[in-house]
Design a protein around this ligand. Structure first.
Ligand code: 13P
Length: 250
């Protein structure tokens, strides 16, 4: 089974009103109005309203880079899934390694965030991935399985609604991409784990690769049987590069 691919841009903490407008307009002009894949832009929260207006009635979907595990209340600085939904957000990244590393997010927090997104009808893009030290210690399989297991444990009943992203931490922003074979090996074991959770739904759950995916290496990565798309950081900020990645996803 081949899934329709999903190409997600993660702008991280980059952009401005002026730069966002230029970038989104270039993406709208440059892309086929009916691309062969789904495309989502995960933008910084302050720009959700701006980008919502820019992508209205287009093939580009809007995404968030995080979501609160809570529904409302005294959680200063947080944004709830229903607030994101108000801005037309369709996807939310949860458990990005930068959130795990700099904001102390645990596997349990990530699972709760995925549940909050699902509760509001937002598709969580659940990130998993090992650090270089963990890979060198031969712990890759154990780490990604533990991270995904926490999410399955809480969200097993609606597992078909999630997207998984394998992002080896050592490949993020470093220019060191996992080889297609390295990535495929981890994707295959994540697929097997999803299969144990739901043999019915596992084949249709999209597993994205992220970590220095770019215009030059996207096609080969996306050709792997269990790579159903990409989560792209740096290259998603450059319209020509992101457009080439979108064109490679078919
Ligand atoms: P880069 O594409 O910049 O390596 O970032 C990957 C990433 O973290 C996407 O979420």
């Amino acid at each position: 089974m081949t899934n329709r691919k999903l190409i997600a841009g993660n702008w991280k903490m980059n952009g401005s009103l002026a730069a966002n407008e230029v970038l989104v307009k270039a993406l709208l002009q440059g892309a086929d109005s009916a691309p062969a894949c789904d495309v989502v832009l995960c933008v910084p929260a302050p720009y959700l309203g701006q980008v919502q207006a820019l992508v209205a009635d287009s093939h580009l979907a809007l995404g968030s880079q995080d979501v609160s595990a809570q529904t409302h209340g005294a959680y200063t600085g947080e944004k709830s899934a229903t607030m994101l939904k108000d801005f037309g957000v369709r996807y939310a990244i949860v458990g990005h390694s930068e959130r795990r590393q700099y904001h102390g997010e645990t596997d349990e927090t990530v699972a709760a965030k995925a549940a909050a997104a699902l509760g509001a009808g937002i598709t969580p893009i659940v990130c998993v991935g090992e650090t270089l030290a963990e890979r060198d210690a031969g712990q890759t399989e154990e780490v990604v399985k533990r991270q995904l297991a926490a999410v399955i444990h809480v969200n097993g009943h609606c597992i078909s609604e999630i997207v998984v992203a394998y992002e080896p931490v050592w490949a993020i922003g470093t220019g060191k991409t996992a080889s297609p074979g390295q990535a495929q090996a981890v994707h295959a074991l994540l697929r097997t784990q999803l299969h144990h959770a739901s043999s019915e739904h596992a084949p249709g759950i999209r597993i994205l690769y992220g970590g220095s995916m770019n215009a030059a290496n996207a096609a080969e990565l996306l050709a792997q049987p269990d790579i159903d798309g990409g989560l792209i950081g740096g290259a998603s900020l450059k319209a020509p590069d992101f457009l080439q990645i979108i064109a490679a996803a078919r």
